[in-house]
Design a protein around this ligand. Structure first.
Ligand SMILES: Cc1cc2nc3c(=O)[nH]c(=O)nc-3n(C[C@H](O)[C@H](O)[C@H](O)COP(=O)(O)OP(=O)(O)OC[C@H]3O[C@@H](n4cnc5c(N)ncnc54)[C@H](O)[C@@H]3O)c2cc1C
Length: 306
């Protein structure tokens, strides 16, 4: 119930203004977001890389409504990717991209062209791009774009969401040689017709998808903080005879840092999803919705501020 409320709030600009103006928001944002500028995110990337972690940078922003915003999002990516090599941060640092930030909802071809330019810059810098998964209405378009991008940039990866009923099939399609798939539970509110609704059903789907990816020929990127699913992923890797260089774990910046270190200590690659930029609202609200304790904390802080 609280989760749905917060996911609905993630799309509301009125609630956005209220949360953005609440004094408590600053601390919450700092927990999940590396900063506003490229300088700040490169600095945090350096610190994470020094701790043995890999990184996927994300420039915050989604659902752009004008061509100018979409071009600005592309240019920010081109600029930050252009700085990675000189900073000695590749290949440890890759980038995550939301096609809706690049104009997908206005013009799919435009978003593809923008993503293509970012993939070319990433290849030049010696790193890769992963396409984030957004709401289910965009899944087909995103996976079609992935196929196009992989013709010239075969290491381009994509996120799949275990809560969608279609995802087992998508895992089968994508568990081929050279393919990189990030498996996550799914952070968007989705209707029963397309998505499992209970946590148990989502977890069961996650395990079925994990079995397909771990037994396939691609490179699974297991994006979860859930201790049970992490243990199952390690178990499946042993089962299917994968060494620790043949899959990776991914976690969000600000969540379960000790577990990230533990996994690195046991020889795993752990990639931290590291967002930066001013458009933090939708992203941070989804992080609050991930965990009821976070939500109750924010609700108390916002409602008691006067
Ligand atoms: C690297 C990465 C990339 C992702 N990319 C996408 C994407 O492209 N599209 C998409 O829809 N979703 C994406 N997600 C989000 C994902 O779908 C889930 O919403 C989120 O990861 C929470 O699910 P969980 O698997 O960690 O399990 P949960 O059951 O939600 O969490 C397990 C435990 O982890 C801890 N935890 C989890 N989240 C938080 C939090 N925010 N704050 C504090 N503790 C927390 C808690 O201890 C919790 O009990 C991504 C997640 C990761 C890690």
């Amino acid at each position: 119930m609280l989760r749905s409320l917060f996911l609905a709030a993630a799309g509301s600009s009125r609630i956005g203004r209220l949360v953005e103006s609440a004094p408590v928001s600053r601390g919450i944002v700092q927990r999940f977001v590396a900063g506003h500028s490229a300088d700040e995110v490169l600095q945090v990337s350096r610190e994470l890389a020094d701790d043995g972690l890999a990184v996927s940078l994300d420039h915050l922003g989604e659902d752009t409504r004008t061509i100018e915003q979409a071009v600005a999002a592309r240019d920010e990516y081109l600029s930050v990717v252009g700085r990675l090599k000189g900073a000695g941060l590749t290949p440890a640092v890759e980038v995550s991209v939301k096609l809706s930030a690049l104009g997908q909802r206005m013009d799919e071809k435009l978003a593809y062209e923008h993503a293509r330019a970012i993939c070319a810059a990433a290849a030049e810098a010696g790193t890769t791009v992963t396409l984030d998964a957004e709401d289910h209405g965009s899944t087909d378009a995103t996976l079609e774009t992935l196929v196009e991008l992989r013709r010239d940039f075969p290491s381009t990866g994509a996120a799949l969401q275990a809560h969608l009923r279609r995802t087992e099939g998508d895992c089968r399609e994508l568990s081929t040689a050279g393919s990189r798939v990030r498996l996550c539970k799914g952070a968007y509110a989705e209707p029963e017709s397309v998505a499992f609704q209970s946590a148990l059903d989502v977890d069961k789907s996650f395990v079925r998808c994990l079995n397909i990816l771990m037994s396939g020929e691609g490179y699974p990127m297991v994006a979860t903080h859930d201790p049970r699913l992490i243990a199952i992923a390690e178990d499946r890797a042993r089962w299917f005879d994968r060494s620790t260089s043949e899959y990776e774990f991914q976690m969000l910046y600000g969540v379960r840092a000790e577990e990230q270190s533990r996994l690195v200590g046991s020889g795993h690659t752990v990639r931290v999803y590291l967002p930066y930029g001013a458009e933090w609202y939708g992203y941070v609200m989804r992080r609050l919705a991930d965990r009821p304790a976070n939500m109750a904390f924010l609700a108390r802080a916002v409602t008691s501020r006067n």
